[in-house]
Design a protein around this ligand. Structure first.
Ligand code: 13P
Length: 253
């Protein structure tokens, strides 16, 4: 039985005041609605990690980073290491979010290095994968997801894989209001689980949590979560409103 896992990716939003208020409201709201039955995590911008960490301290909400660099320290202007993230209380880190792939230009190879660095540094990575609309229209979804999973997880041992969460985020559904239908999400989640059983083993594939992301909202969360291979949600826009995010947590529980 996989425990539902709902994460909020705040992206480049909030400020010092609203980040703390949002975190506090989520901490209270998630405990009231779902108790400990759902794992809840938030990824604020780097500069608010510490204040958000303090705001959720003592609650069941955990802290994640939206990004990390591959090296542990040194002359890498503008980058943040795993040890810095651990130092400010992060447990999780997103690797390969579609905006990092398609806006910033991260490659599968870099994403794989970041994921390896995260594991080596004691963080729990969430590897994000997803196809572009053109790729779906060209019937290339399976090919794209397979390549992203294989390249993203290259060299990751079965032991380390136990610490990895996956997130399927079709790029055409992110921030567009267009959600994948529950059937479309299930199809790709089942593909990802099959790939995991081929790359590792069936037991590990059964244990691994796969989140869906892309316009997840309070009114579609339950039907997405009802799919057998959808184990959680990675929420963008709706995670910026405490009431919506808490409603999604409740629907996932
Ligand atoms: P939206 O929920 O805003 O579509 O964003 C999804 C996402 O990218 C989460 O990482």
């Amino acid at each position: 039985m996989r425990k539902p896992f709902v994460a909020g990716n705040w992206k480049m939003n909030t400020d010092s005041d609203s980040a703390v208020k949002l975190a506090e409201a989520i901490a209270v709201g998630s405990l009231e609605t779902a108790g400990q039955s759902v794992d809840v995590m938030v990824c604020p911008p780097f500069v608010y990690l510490q204040s958000v960490g303090r705001a959720i301290d003592g609650s069941s909400v955990t802290l994640g980073s939206q990004n990390v660099y591959t090296e542990s320290e040194g002359a890498f202007t503008g980058e943040i290491s795993t040890s810095m993230l651990k130092d400010v209380g992060c447990d999780y880190v997103l690797c390969g979010h579609s905006e990092r792939r398609h806006v910033i230009g991260e490659t599968d190879e870099l994403i794989n290095k970041k994921l390896s660095a995260a594991l080596a540094g004691g963080l729990l990575p969430i590897l994000c994968v997803g196809e572009l609309i053109e790729q779906r229209q060209d019937n290339k979804t399976e090919q794209v997801i397979t390549a992203q999973i294989k390249k993203g997880l290259a060299g990751i041992s079965a032991e380390d894989m136990e610490k990895v969460t996956l997130a399927y985020e079709p790029v055409w559904a992110i921030g567009t209001g267009l959600t994948a239908t529950p059937g479309q999400a299930q199809q790709v989640h089942a593909l990802i689980r099959k790939l995991l059983s081929e790359l590792y083993n069936e037991q590990l594939a059964e244990k691994t949590r796969i989140q869906y992301g892309g316009s997840a909202k309070p009114d579609n969360a339950a039907e997405l979560m009802a799919q057998p291979d959808v184990d959680g949600l990675l929420v963008g826009g709706a995670s910026l409103k405490a009431d919506d995010f808490v409603a999604i947590i409740k629907a996932a529980g």
